[in-house]
Design a protein around this ligand. Structure first.
Ligand SMILES: [Zn+2]
Length: 169
């Protein structure tokens, strides 16, 4: 009799665990679908202070799943740099550079990051930009809520694309 009870109990636990796994998978799928609603090239970023369009979704790359940098060199005409951002702790691959602000309205946009001590890239805060898709304009608070996929930063590809690749001759 005790054995039968144990079996029922085990079955219940297994069902609960399975439900949890399936729920998590469905949530991930929905999030993924939301992230792929628009292609990155169809999305435009404008300064949330002065509404100047400054970049497209495909100009953005993500480093270590958290830092969103702009790899399009033309972006530099839209911002100015401010004071050095204090270094609060050490990171293996990057360190903060100067603050970056909108060239037109001086809105705080984020900061430069020095990646692997050799490449300096503007790292932007999503809260400083509005995002125009083919359907609407949004103001996401977090990068994970943007409705387009962001490619991962590829250091070697970037170095090559800006003509800093190794020329060993
Ligand atoms: Zn602005």
């Amino acid at each position: 009799m005790e054995r039968a009870e144990n079996r029922t109990y085990r079955r219940k636990i297994a069902a609960l665990q399975q439900t949890a796994v399936v729920t998590r998978m469905m949530e991930e799928k929905m999030k993924d679908k939301a992230r792929h609603r628009f292609t990155a090239t169809d999305v435009q970023l404008s300064c949330r202070g002065c509404f100047t369009p400054v970049a497209h979704g495909n100009d953005i790359r993500v480093i270590e799943n958290s830092h969103h940098v702009i790899v399009n060199p033309d972006f530099k005409m839209y911002f100015r740099t401010g004071g050095q951002v204090p270094l609060e702790r050490h990171f293996e691959d990057w360190e903060p550079g100067r603050k970056i602000i909108c060239a037109k309205c001086r809105k705080d946009w984020g900061m430069e990051i020095k990646f692997k001590r050799v490449v300096v890239l503007p790292c932007i805060n999503v809260k400083s930009f509005s995002i125009k898709t083919p359907q609407d304009t949004r103001s996401p608070k977090k990068w994970k809520d943007v409705p387009f996929p962001v490619e991962e930063f590829d250091f070697l590809k970037y170095v090559d694309s800006v003509g800093l690749g190794l020329d060993l001759d």
